[in-house]
Design a protein around this ligand. Structure first.
Ligand code: BG6
Length: 472
């Protein structure tokens, strides 16, 4: 199914995701002439609006969220002219009829983007199916949270599957739309240098960390029931781990890539209590601003973790004995997402007797805020070495932003929306992946509950709980 669609139907069109990400992404695609000329975009949400007031809201969102200096009125007008709006009460079947009418003949292809509360998935899917919007020419993208454990995610997946078969279901993990995440595939599979070293014989450990300075940003309803493990590890971090650890796929296509990722996800070793640390931020200071603690923001005590660190093993031949340290937290000292690969030490250091240490090589893939790939190598410090040899770690540096200055950095959703419109599911998550992710996460949560694990307080603006295990 590689046909472009004629209509994009956006659920939650007045919501935060739409305003911050989806509309600016569609603007970016339209600006570059990448949207099909005839594409129409129908927005829907609960709010009663007509087309004109929806367009006015969309314009406001573009003005507010496009990077400074990039708003071009002519492009905005072109995009706004594609927009229309239908208010929808999900409990009212007649409203779905009006939506179907606005969408028009589904034979011209429809892509639906659904980001709604999990409890609304079933009535929405049923409403769409009853209104004739689940035809073979309609594909469905789903935004997280897709459940809160394996059982609820299966329920959602079953109700989606009752109307949309797997090949027309596009589950979003916005990390897969990030340029540097895809660059991981290029780094691993467009270079012959790394693959022979990419295993337990040469790699000592891997560290994947996502640090955020932001807090929950008003999403307490959702976040307090989720916590860092389900908000970040279950999806984004496990996808990163799978891309780092997977075997080379035979092609860059949806089946081959996802087949390899799911094998990794199924090889995750069940975690024991000693291999997790959880924390919750208390009052502190970030960038000289004082920040209240999580419980104070929430307005009550809570056991929800805002920080999690895990020591993970992938039980297969390639990764036997190599720990993967995953950590993520909110209200930490600085924002940064990084994949850090530490190679093993040299088998025998010829410099030891001369007082020098050869540190192990490290490959650091920075995803954000900077897109970088750095390989740390040992070099000799210039000199006559009368007092012994001095070695220093120096980076071989691929600053991607500098190397590709002529290319605009795109929002992850630009790539995902375009792939959805064009029908390429490679960068979307397949049901078996999601279920393997949940099965592993459920087991961790059950272990925490058995052990009575509760979050350790950490000050906002720190690097998380002091007793998060020390990564070598
Ligand atoms: C979302 C989480 O999926 O990812 C948020 O729900 C988190 O809590 C966000 O802040 C992080 O995304 P990014 O792209 O800013 O790293």
């Amino acid at each position: 199914m590689a046909d472009k669609v004629g209509t994009l139907l956006l659920f939650g069109a007045t919501g935060d995701l739409s305003r911050r990400m989806l509309l600016p992404s569609l603007y970016g695609l339209d600006a570059d002439g990448l949207l099909p000329a005839a594409l129409r975009i129908t927005g829907t949400a609960r709010t009663e609006l007509d087309d004109e007031s929806f367009r006015a809201k969309a314009r406001q969102a573009l003005e507010q969220f496009l990077p400074a200096g990039t708003f071009d009125n002519a492009v905005a007008e072109r995009l706004l002219a594609r927009l229309s709006y239908v208010p929808l009460d999900i409990t009212d079947p007649a409203a779905f009829g009006r939506l179907a009418e606005a969408v028009g003949d589904p034979a011209q292809g429809v892509a639906i983007f659904l980001s709604t509360a999990p409890s609304l998935f079933k009535p929405t899917i049923d409403g769409l199916a009853a209104a004739g919007l689940a035809r073979p020419t309609v594909r469905m993208a789903l935004e997280k949270p897709l459940g809160s454990d394996l059982a609820s995610s299966r329920e959602i997946n079953d109700s989606v599957a009752s109307a949309f078969p797997e090949e027309r279901t596009f589950r979003i993990d916005h990390y897969l739309g990030k340029e540097t995440v895809q660059n991981l595939l290029a780094l691993r599979f467009a270079n012959s240098l790394l693959e022979p070293l990419w295993n337990s014989a040469h790699i000592d450990h891997v560290r994947i960390s996502v640090s955020e300075t932001v807090g929950v940003e008003g999403r307490f309803d959702y976040y307090d029931g989720a916590g860092a493990l389900r908000d970040m590890v279950q999806n984004h971090m496990l996808q990163l781990l799978a891309l780092v650890a997977m075997e080379p796929p035979t092609a860059f296509d949806a089946t081959a890539v996802r087949d390899e990722k799911v094998k990794v996800l199924r090889s995750l070793r069940p975690l024991t209590g000693a291999d997790s640390v959880i924390g919750q931020y208390v009052e502190g200071t970030i960038d000289a601003d004082s920040v209240p603690g999580y419980a104070a923001e929430l307005g009550r005590e809570s056991d929800t973790e805002t920080f999690v660190a895990l020591k993970v093993h992938v039980d297969n031949w390639r990764w036997s004995g190599v720990p993967f340290y995953l950590s993520t937290g909110k209200r930490l000292q600085a924002r940064g997402t990084e994949i850090f690969i530490q190679f093993r030490e040299v088998p025998h250091s010829i410099f030891a007797a001369r007082g020098a240490t050869a540190k192990p090589n490290k490959l650091i893939i920075g995803l954000q805020p900077e897109e970088t790939i750095r390989l740390l190598m040992m070099a000799k410090t210039p000199g006559l070495d009368r007092d012994g040899v001095r070695l220093r770690e120096l980076p071989l540096d691929l600053g991607l932003a500098n190397a590709f200055t002529e290319y605009r950095r795109r929002i992850a959703y630009e790539r995902l929306l375009l792939d959805l419109i064009e029908g390429d599911p490679t960068l979307f998550v397949r049901r078996d992946e999601v279920e393997a992710q949940w099965a592993w996460i459920d087991q961790i949560r059950a272990g925490w509950a058995d052990a009575g694990l509760t979050p350790v307080p950490y000050a906002a603006g720190s690097w998380g709980p002091a007793d998060a295990f020390k990564v070598p």
